[in-house]
Design a protein around this ligand. Structure first.
Ligand SMILES: C[S@@+](CC[C@H](N)C(=O)[O-])C[C@H]1O[C@@H](n2cnc3c(N)ncnc32)[C@H](O)[C@@H]1O
Length: 302
């Protein structure tokens, strides 16, 4: 790459050279969207600027890392199916740039909707929960978003995986949210025993992939993301069964439970929530119109 230091000391690369490099990389496979993602999050070249280069290839743009370095990551991604987010170490999610590493689930876009649902509930109630929990926090994405949405609240984020908890801790710390969100290791409701009966809102994106489907997952997911975060028994409902069964005791009276689940589990999850004695059970869809979320509430004590 032609290094041409600029005022901000980042090496510049000519548009024509960059576009040629991009064509070369894509010959090895992969999608333009993935390569653009790498250019943006490793190279620091926003998608808009990349598009502008197609019109003005004679322009030069600054890059955070040399093209050779990005080519090496791209090859690893292509040959070993390693997720780009792990290779780069970050994942944009809502308005956050989260750190991610192998051993911790890469946050998915659809999960962003759980935060919208939680905020909608709080708005409709006219008050924000004072004490909430995030079960199976992974990278800490949901806990962090709720802590930002409700700065005067207190949250508890639970995970069985020590890798997940240390990643969540790093993400919460980098956003200054550690004092507000406590991290606890353990199995679903168990680490929250002291708070049973006082949790006003609980979110969970638990593992829900049925074991038989696990085998069919894209290798980029199956061979690299933690199975503990994804699969949950023959029908994918093992974790949701435990969460639903404990909710009536763990939630505060009139407290809310918000769950993400697989696209074909809506009826089964609603039934589990009703069987557990919860009320106001409702399904919500993702942006593609698939019912992917369930909301339920503990009865009032009155
Ligand atoms: C689908 S991931 C969700 C991670 C994160 N909340 C997100 O939305 O990206 C499920 C998480 O549940 C955790 N988990 C699995 N079994 C658990 C258990 N028995 N108790 C607590 N957490 C568990 C996994 O380690 C993983 O971090």
């Amino acid at each position: 790459m032609a290094a041409d230091p600029t005022a901000d000391n980042r090496p510049q690369v000519c548009g024509r050279e960059l576009l040629q490099w991009r064509r070369e990389q894509l010959k090895a496979g992969g999608t333009p969207a993935e390569l653009n993602w790498l250019l943006e999050f490793q190279g620091g070249l926003p998608w808009r600027e990349l598009q502008a280069l197609h019109l003005q290839p004679e322009r030069s743009v600054p890059l955070r890392v040399p093209l050779e370095e990005m080519a090496a990551l791209w090859q690893r991604h292509r040959r070993q199916q390693e997720p780009l987010q792990y290779l780069v170490g970050c994942c944009p999610w809502r308005d956050l740039e989260l750190q991610v590493a192998p051993g911790v689930l890469i946050p998915r876009q659809e999960t962003e909707l759980l935060v919208d649902l939680a905020e909608e509930i709080a708005r409709a109630q006219g008050r924000t929960p004072q004490l909430w929990a995030d079960l199976g926090t992974g990278s800490g994405c949901l806990a962090l978003a709720l802590a930002q949405a409700w700065p005067a609240s207190r949250g508890i984020a639970v995970d069985l995986s020590p890798e997940a908890l240390s990643q969540a801790q790093a993400n919460l710390r980098s956003q200054g949210r550690l004092p507000q969100v406590e991290l606890r290791q353990g199995d679903w409701w168990t680490p929250l025993r002291q708070q049973w009966g006082s949790l006003e809102l609980v979110v969970a994106n638990p593992p829900y992939i049925p074991d038989p489907i696990w085998q069919e997952l894209d290798p980029v997911v199956r061979d690299h993301e933690p199975r503990l975060a994804l699969s949950s028994g023959s029908d994918g409902l093992n974790a949701i069964r435990v969460i639903a069964a404990g909710a009536a005791e763990a939630l505060a009276a009139e407290g809310w439970l918000l769950l993400e689940h697989h696209h074909d589990q809506s009826a089964a999850v609603q039934q589990l929530l009703l069987t557990a004695g919860l009320v106001e059970v409702e399904a919500y869809s993702d942006l593609e119109g698939h019912a992917r979320f369930a909301v339920a509430r503990r009865r009032s004590d009155r």
